[in-house]
Design a protein around this ligand. Sequence first.
Ligand SMILES: [Fe+2]
Ligand SMILES: [Fe+2]
Length: 379
Amino acid sequence: MTVKATKGHGAPIPRRREDDRLYDKLSLIIDSLDDLYRLDKRDFLKKVFEGAFELIPEAEKGSFFEFDGELYRPVFARGYDFAVLSRLSFSPSEAFIDFEVDVSDGIRACETLIEGRDSERFDPETIATFRELGTYEGFVSLYAPIRVDGRVAGLISLERFARSGFPRLSRKVLEYYARLISEFYSQKLFQDKETSLYRDVVSSLVSAIEVMDSYTQGHARRVAGYSRLIGAKLGLSGRELEDIETAALLHDVGKLGVPTEILKKPSRLEPGEYEQVKRHPANAAKILGEIRGFERIVEYAYRHHERYDGLGYPDGLRGDVIPLGAQVIQVADAIDAMTSERSYRPAMSIESALEAVALGSGSQFHPLAARAALAALAS
Ligand SMILES: [Fe+2]
Ligand SMILES: [Fe+2]
């Protein structure tokens, strides 16, 4: 990403060379932030830590300490023996290693010259650990906190074993970096919390269907598994594929609104009973329609009984008007139904089910979805 600094009517602001370099470095950070969201918490922090070395190439060694609510503990290191570093941990009331971290302060990068450790302040084991790490004396440390909701969540510290210390620019870069990362990390933790809440909701809904309809034990999870494989064969990925998988998990959630006697009936259904079962996609749309961000999932669940030839329900949609995600679930659903035992017929082999899919391509199934299912599931 390139952003040009302008003032007023677009005239460039003259900048000093150091500002230019700071600006280039910050652009580099902003470019890399996009990827960070997709990583899990540990990989996120690891990438942040590694990013600090790219931005501040003078750093020879470094570490990242995470605050676990009680103690600061090392989680990543570069240039240090991690097993040795792991012996160090500090409570917030203790000065952090030899640094003064003012926890009530904002996000600032600080630089400290450690000429020699104070042997009265540290116990002999800690002193021995410093010696083993080579951080007993004669180095400069540049460090900054990562804060979440005003609290210190971690600390990046970079070391240089030259008394001259770090260039002035590096201190500024680390400070901006720590501020940006703190902002991003806070948002990421919030997003992770939402994602895990959302997963819990999905899995409790799936369990609810299984309790109601033990007959189809495991059906939702198998359909989700097939749908993911078929969707991937179609070249789908990311959010689209995730939505298909979630919709597949929940496609029959509307059966919660169908009487249990009908769902558990061992023989074939009477026409009136079948009409009640056919309401389950509309019920699913009602149940899932309440969840923010589920628009596409609702659409797929609502359409999972439409057929390519227009003979399905609820609306008898035809061809490409039916969303591809729904067509993927439809074929996955049919495969699992065929390969599951029913009281009135035995389970079909996967090979026979796939033959039926090939036969139904262009009528019951979308040809693309059918072809992808054959490619994904044929052994
Ligand atoms: Fe269904
Ligand atoms: Fe189903």
